[in-house]
Ligand binder design. Structure first.
Ligand SMILES: Cc1ncc(COP(=O)(O)O)c(C=O)c1O
Length: 366
């Protein structure tokens, strides 16, 4: 018998990619461009950099365990009380805490598939059973997800836009879903890419579902457009009892001081946010063109900072060939899509680098 809990038997440790410099050295490349993890390609906002500089000398102290100022600012921004906000070391940490707080062995979660892997992994870690509902045309199939709900379903995850497809679920569909979803469960609307989206049909789930009394936890993050992925800071907005349940599980000091001050300082720069949104939309359109030029139709319409391209039965060889050109993208085998690659939108210059890399690979294949 294993020393470890049986729930862990089928799991494998997260396998990190090699550092960029290592890939560059091993392959003898002049330049490497990483378009693999859906980060923003720009650094932290200027005010965030300044805030971190100011607080660096105070790092002998533990962080503020309640992230008081950040939580208050987020509550104010969303027009909720601070009892309805929880911060975490990335939205990812909140998914983990929520899973521990709600799932007993044998309980179930429902998610679209492929979708963000943590929903599934964090359920498996506690012995719960993920119900993975196949996408329809690269979109979440909310009808099928509703049909997958059973008496033991505790959580339904709706990633919109969905990672790895980049497609969103529109307002009408979400409205219908909330009309029909049983009251006993909690829906997590994961809006990690919220700030990128400029579509009239894209709902703000805090405003439109939480505030209208739906049983929902909304996730957001500073890892994407705000350029703070390396710091690990995200948050959830939900009913006080849900926030409290998560707060019981989280570690006291999980959001570090630099993450708190940088996130707080990032909240007040609409011009920079708009600039990044616009450049990302332009870059996304460019990348769509690049893929199409090579006969690769991306999933769509994609609305965030990444694209999924179905490339055939096995995306491995194309991934490797791009890597040898210095372009690192994300193979999606772990997402259950071995024939697809996910490409993050970079700076205009990085997108051009990717286009050249793909052109080289395709020319060599001919
Ligand atoms: C849909 C979705 N949710 C959550 C996350 C996690 O974000 P964070 O960096 O805040 O943990 C990601 C990151 O890729 C994501 O794609």
């Amino acid at each position: 018998m294993s020393f470890f809990r049986p729930a862990l038997d089928g799991l494998v440790p997260y396998e990190p990619g090699k550092p960029e410099e290592e890939v560059q050295r091993e392959l003898g490349l002049e330049r490497v461009v990483k378009l693999a993890s859906n980060e923003g390609p720009w650094g932290p906002f200027p005010a965030a950099l300044e805030a971190m500089e100011r607080s660096a000398g105070l790092l002998n102290r533990y962080p503020d365990g309640g992230a008081f100022h950040l939580a208050n600012a987020l509550a104010e921004r969303h027009g909720v009380t601070s009892a309805e906000v929880i911060t975490g070391a990335g939205a990812d940490a909140i998914i983990g805490h929520l899973s521990v707080a709600t799932l007993d062995p044998g309980d179930e979660i429902v998610t679209g598939w492929p979708s963000f892997i943590s929903y599934v992994l964090d359920a498996l870690k506690v012995g719960a059973a993920p119900q993975r509902v196949p996408l329809r045309d690269h979109h979440l199939d909310l009808d099928a997800m509703l049909a997958a709900i059973g008496p033991r379903t505790k959580l339904v995850y709706i990633a919109t836009p969905n990672n790895p497809t980049g497609t969103m679920t529109g307002r009408k569909e979400l409205d219908d879903y909330f009309e029909r979803v049983p009251a006993h469960l909690l829906t997590v609307v994961d809006q990690a890419y919220f700030e990128y989206i400029d579509e009239p049909d894209y709902p703000d789930a805090v405003e439109e579902y939480l505030k209208t009394g739906r049983r929902v936890l909304v996730l957001r993050t500073f890892s994407k457009i705000y350029g703070l992925a390396g710091l690990r800071v995200g948050y959830g907005v939900g009913a006080p009892d849900v926030i409290q349940g998560i707060a019981k599980i989280r570690r006291a000091f999980d959001v570090n001081t630099q993450a708190q001050v940088a996130a707080l300082a990032s909240l007040d720069d609409p011009a920079e946010l708009e600039r990044r949104r616009r450049l990302t939309a332009e870059g996304r359109a460019t990348l769509v063109g690049t893929l199409r030029e090579h006969g690769l139709e991306p999933a769509g319409p994609a609305v965030a900072n990444f694209l999924l391209a179905d490339v055939g039965d096995d995306a491995g060889p194309l991934f490797e060939a791009l890597l040898r050109q210095g372009a690192i993208v994300r193979p999606l085998t772990a997402f259950g899509a071995p024939g697809a690659l996910r490409i993050t939108v970079g700076t205009p210059e990085e997108n051009a680098f990717f286009a050249d890399a793909l052109a080289c690979v395709r020319a060599a294949a001919r």
